[in-house]
Design a protein around this ligand. Structure first.
Ligand SMILES: Nc1nc2c(ncn2[C@@H]2O[C@H](COP(=O)(O)OP(=O)(O)O)[C@@H](O)[C@H]2O)c(=O)[nH]1
Ligand SMILES: Nc1ncnc2c1ncn2[C@@H]1O[C@H](COP(=O)(O)OP(=O)(O)O)[C@@H](O)[C@H]1O
Length: 239
């Protein structure tokens, strides 16, 4: 059993965020490692604007854009979307938020994406999730999503109010094609080792190991408290 722990010493000066400097954070994360669940908690507690690569892709797929059609081909095979496409949509989205602190969820996952991001923005903090593969397999077999909004459920961890339908719209939810054990086993959607090594060398990588999001969250919360203003400093860490 893993214990939630920070395996790398905190490296950024405590003044970041508190000094009013913009904080650029990324949470790359393997499928099922809990990055979306944690990113939602982060934005509930801290003044960070969240961008999720999955939201960007999903919106394009729903609108049937050229990018959406292309993305679907790769996603259906359980693969990552090509670097140039993913980088272009992400950087385009960030352009309008040059004066805000942000959190990128699911990007970058390859060295090329990290380098492209670096050419435009200095990344101050990388939240790396280290969750055992067998735990991931189990979670994803129980992951259901509402395709319209991207809201994520889990029959064990975050069950809907009514089985089979989205809490807000009452519309049916579905399982993702690419959450099949066969596609996951290939590990094609994991952030690659070079991308993590790239950030480790820059001294911005913070690794959280654990089998439960609720175990990782207090550690992540404690770290973020030193770097970015909280929405309500008196609010409890409990999500
Ligand atoms: N059993 C269990 N499920 C979790 C936990 N954390 C997240 N989940 C669920 O696992 C699935 C994957 O989490 P998600 O945040 O979507 O992972 P992502 O693919 O890294 O964004 C979702 O269905 C979550 O509701 C946990 O600690 N335990
Ligand atoms: N940074 C990225 N580079 C390439 N493809 C991506 C990236 N982020 C998301 N995608 C594509 O969108 C899909 C859904 O994204 P997300 O929900 O974040 O993935 P997962 O749960 O698989 O980690 C991914 O499986 C992948 O096909």
């Amino acid at each position: 059993m893993f214990r939630a722990q920070l395996s790398v010493a905190w490296s950024c000066p405590a003044a970041v965020g508190a000094s009013g400097r913009l904080l650029r954070t990324v949470i790359p994360g393997a499928p099922g490692s809990g990055k979306h669940t944690l990113a939602l908690r982060i934005t509930k507690h801290f003044r960070l604007k969240k961008f999720s690569s999955w939201d960007l892709i999903r919106e394009n797929m729903l609108r049937d854009t050229e990018i959406g059609v292309l993305a679907k081909v790769f996603m259906d095979q359980g693969k990552l979307i090509p670097d140039d496409v993913m980088t272009r949509v992400t950087l385009h989205q960030l352009k309008n938020f040059s004066q805000e602190s942000w959190l990128l969820c699911g990007f970058p996952r390859t060295l090329r994406q990290a380098e492209a991001l670096d050419r435009v923005y200095q990344i101050h903090l990388v939240l790396n999730l280290n969750v055992p593969s067998e735990v991931i397999q189990q979670r994803l077999s129980a992951r259901w999503i509402h395709p319209g909004s991207g809201r994520v459920y889990n029959l064990e961890f975050k069950p809907p109010k009514v089985v089979g339908v989205d809490d807000l719209t009452g519309e049916p939810f579905v399982q993702r094609e690419d959450d099949r054990p066969e596609t996951l086993a290939e590990g094609l959607r994991r952030p690659t080792k070079p991308v993590l090594e790239y950030y480790r060398k820059k001294g911005v990588l913070e690794t959280f190991s654990g089998t439960e999001t609720n175990e990782i969250w207090p550690c992540m919360h404690a770290l973020l408290q030193t770097k970015v203003p909280q929405i309500d400093p008196k609010a409890s860490v409990i999500p």
